[in-house]
Every structure is written in C-alpha cells, then in structure tokens.
Design a protein around this ligand. Structure first.
Ligand code: ZN
Length: 490
C-alpha cells in the first residue's frame, strides 16, 4: 500500500480560480448558511494511484461522483472547504467545463419521478393484467409507496406454476440523483410485454421461463428531493424534515454491514450506513422482495462511470462462482460501448476497480440467495441530456436480453422430493465445486421444492439436506443446455 504521500508526487494541482466560476449547488447547511458546491475533476496518474486517491477521498468525506479510468480522472462534488483541503494536500483538479447547472430546473422534466413511475406501472398492470402483478413492497420514510411489478406468464401469487420458474430482480435508483436508472429498469416492462404480444421469441421465452420483477425506483423520497431542492442528493430522507441527513441505502443491507471500511458511520457522510443493519424501509423493501422470490439473478442499476461490477464489495474477497460471474460480466461488456470515447464498460469487483463497499445490495443478493448479481454504473454523469436516454436504453436492453438467454441455456432446474411423503421439500443445497468463501447461506429450494442455478459446462456434485437432517447426493453434467434434476431424499 502506498501512502497518501505518494500522491503528492503526482504533480497535479487544483486551481481555485478556475473553479470559482462554476458554482453549482444551493444546498443549505444546518446553520442555515448557503453552501456552494463544485463539480471537480481530479486527475490520477495510474489506476493504482486512482484507487488510492478514491480511498482517501472517501475516508475524508468527499462525495465521489464517478471515475473515468480511461481519461484517468476522478470526479467529486465538494464545497470550498473541500477544495481548500485538496489544495493543502497539493492536489489540483479542474472544474468541469461542460457541467450543466445544479438546481432542480437543470434536470430535463421528461425524466421519471416517483409519481410518473407509479402511474406507468399502474397503466402497464391495467393493460396487461394476464401478464403482470403490481406489488407495493414497502413505504418510504415520507410515506411514499415503493412499487415492484412482476412480469410473467404466471403472475398470480396463488399459481403453483410460479414456483417452477426462476426469478430475476431488476432494480433502479438506490441513489436519488441517478436518474437514468429508473428509465433502464422501466424499459424492461414494455420491451417484454409488447414483445410477447408481437411474438418476439426472446420476450416470449422470458415471460414463459421467468418471473421478472422490476423495481424501477427504490429511493422515492430521495428522488423527490432531487426534483424539489437538491439535484445532487444521493441518500434517502432519514432525519427530521428541517434537517434531513439521509442514509445511503446501498450501504445499509444486513450482509457484512459495516464490515470492511466500505461505508461511513457519520450521518453527514455520503456513504452513511445507517444506525443498524437493514434499518431503512427502502433496504427492507428490496430485501423482502428477495426473500419472497429467492432470485436466481439480480441486476442493479446505478450511475455513473460505465462499469459492470460483481461481488463482493469488500476488499480482496471473490465469490465461489467467480469464474462464471466474471465471464458473464465480460460478455455483457462487449454489448456496452461507452457513451463517448473508445472501448466498452470495464468489469470487476468494486474493490478491484472502484473502492471497497459494505452493506451493498449486490453482495446481499449473492450471499443470501446465490443470485448471479451485477451492478451497472451507467453513463458518464448523473444527469445526462435526455437525448442520451434512448441509446442508453438500447444498449442495456441488448445486455439484459443477452443475460436472460445466457442463463436459460445454462440453467439447472433442481427439484427436491421428500421420499417419505412424495411431496416437494424445502432443502439446503450445496455443490462440492462451489465453495462458500464469505459466510454465504447455502442455496435452498423454494416452497415448491425448486431451485435454479446457472452453471458453466462441467460435472457438479450436489448434496440436498432436509430440515430433519436427511440428505441425498446427485451428480449432474452440464453441457451448455438447460437441464432438470429431480433429487429424492429417502
Ligand atoms: Zn449509485
């Protein structure tokens, strides 16, 4: 580990004079003073230095907005004090010339807000009652509903066939200002529903084979702050009305909460983890949906930086399925060219290409359910011109459609039967060749005795254990085609 001092050798300096022309924020501090904020681009000399620098910025309370590893820059939102502290450290950056204002009126009104999300989901549900189900999965601190829409050929909660299909969860807008992400997640619904009606094979396959859940806007309170008073708000609305400080809901999930320095315990910090694991209603809403549907896959959309992240968030830990997870990330990246500049989205764990995070949803979805879990960091800023929406949706549509088909072709559908009763059984499942590296739960069957696992070609030894300790073993050979396996436990 190089120390901060090595960064002093980079020979880059911030010019406050240049910066002062770019007054961006109008946030008020607790004493009622107006704080002016700036969007600053700090150069890094190499990815190694960049990670050190991001770590330092995080630890020192900077709001790290994003990074561009190709250009070698890190972008932070900070106030004059923050700039002074950078200067004292001998760091220089520059204000972003092309930045577009900071007030709510800087955001194109065509982007989704909480009300529009609700209206759209309700109208889709009304238009496609035979293929959708709308669920209120939680209520925010300020009383707004958090919605999830199920898209499936078997949408009814009491249809036993629903348990015979794997589930995928798409979520958007953990972070209030990441306004492209509800657009991408919402786009899943009309793409699949209209595609199904038009006989598009991929859409048909998705509705027949999957329970597709979309949660376009998790942080509904935060997003209304973005539209109302602070375009750069990130967290939820925790705190009294007059002094909202907010919790970073993507540091609040119970798995490895506050475990590796990947979040802050200070309520003013942008990555404040909250008072206790899973303390926030938004976190609880998505976790509850996970517990209902036991997802086989989870795609979470954030902005920005053009990355595909996979677990784990914590420093130097990979999952027991990393070979497959990494390969699929690289395959999806070939479908995701950058908005500007050469090349495609970069892939890696947060600690490899960004910084360590703990209490994040992606690590939770993998450790709790064995889901293939990815986080996309889309675009090159938080609030791109609306004209970029369609190209962004198009390329992400390609990536998630590819992902669904890729999983279909390599899916092992397991059903565990209790030999004594002949009935489907809830069982814990273990594969000898998928080690548990970080305290993950065992995979388990749903109420219909089913579990769905995406596996690379190869030979797998499976053990199923019932609640009373009876167990059975099976061997399965995967070959790039979907397979079913029935395991009877005597
Ligand atoms: Zn985010």
């Amino acid at each position: 580990m190089r120390s901060w001092k090595s960064l002093l050798l980079l020979g880059v300096f911030i010019s406050t004079a240049a910066v002062s022309n770019f007054v961006l924020g109008k946030k008020t501090d607790r004493s009622g003073q107006r704080l002016q904020r700036y969007f600053i681009e700090v150069p890094m000399r190499s990815p190694f230095d960049g990670r050190q620098l991001i770590g330092w910025l995080n630890r020192n309370g900077y709001d790290v907005a994003g990074s561009d590893w190709q250009a070698g820059t890190i972008e932070v939102i900070t106030d004059q004090q923050g700039i002074d502290r950078l200067n004292q450290r001998g760091l220089r950056g520059s204000a972003l010339q092309n930045f577009v204002g900071a007030g709510a009126n800087a955001i194109d009104p065509r982007y989704l807000n909480p009300q529009k999300v609700e209206d759209l989901l309700k109208s889709l549900n009304a238009r496609f009652p035979e293929f959708t189900r709308l669920e209120r999965i939680g209520v925010s601190l300020q009383g707004r509903p958090i919605w999830a829409l199920l898209i499936s050929s078997t949408p009814r909660a009491d249809d036993p066939r629903a348990l015979e299909k794997p589930a995928i969860i798409f979520d958007g807008l953990h972070h209030a200002r990441e306004i492209m992400t509800p657009e991408i997640v919402m786009d899943v619904a009309p793409t699949l529903l209209n595609g199904f009606k038009a006989g598009v094979p991929g859409a048909r396959q998705a509705l027949l084979n999957w329970n597709v859940w979309i949660v376009p806007m998790l942080n509904v309170d935060g997003n209304s702050i973005v539209w109302g008073e602070d375009a750069w708000w990130r967290k939820n609305a925790r705190g009294a009305q007059s002094s909202i400080y907010g919790v970073d809901i993507n540091r609040n999930y119970p798995f490895k909460w506050n475990s590796c320095g990947g979040s802050s315990g200070s309520s003013g910090a942008q990555d404040y983890r909250g008072e206790s694991p899973g303390s926030e209603p938004e976190t609880q809403a998505l976790a509850r949906l996970g517990q209902w549907v036991q997802p086989t896959a989870s795609l979470s959309y954030h902005s920005y930086s053009e990355l595909i992240l996979y677990p784990y968030g914590c420093s130097s830990v990979l999952t027991g399925e990393n070979a497959l997870i990494e390969k699929i990330a690289e395959e999806m990246a070939t479908l995701l060219p950058r908005d500007r500049g050469r090349g495609n989205y970069a892939t890696g764990t947060p600690w490899q290409i960004l910084y360590s995070v703990d209490g994040d949803s992606m690590s939770y979805m993998h450790a709790e359910f064995g889901a293939l879990a990815y986080t996309f960091e889309v675009n090159q800023n938080f609030q791109p011109p609306y004209e970029l929406r369609e190209p962004t949706l198009q390329k992400h549509r390609k990536a998630w459609q590819y992902f669904l088909t890729r999983m279909d072709n390599n899916m092992l559908s397991i059903q565990v039967i209790d030999g004594k009763t002949g009935a489907p059984a809830v069982a814990a499942l273990e594969f000898s060749n998928i080690p548990r590296t970080y305290g993950e739960k065992a995979f388990r069957t749903n109420a219909g005795g089913n579990h769905f696992k995406v596996l690379d070609p190869g030979r797998y030894n499976l053990r199923a254990t019932l609640a009373d300790g009876r167990r059975a073993e099976a061997v399965v050979e995967m070959n790039g085609r979907p397979q079913s396996l029935r395991v009877v436990v005597q």
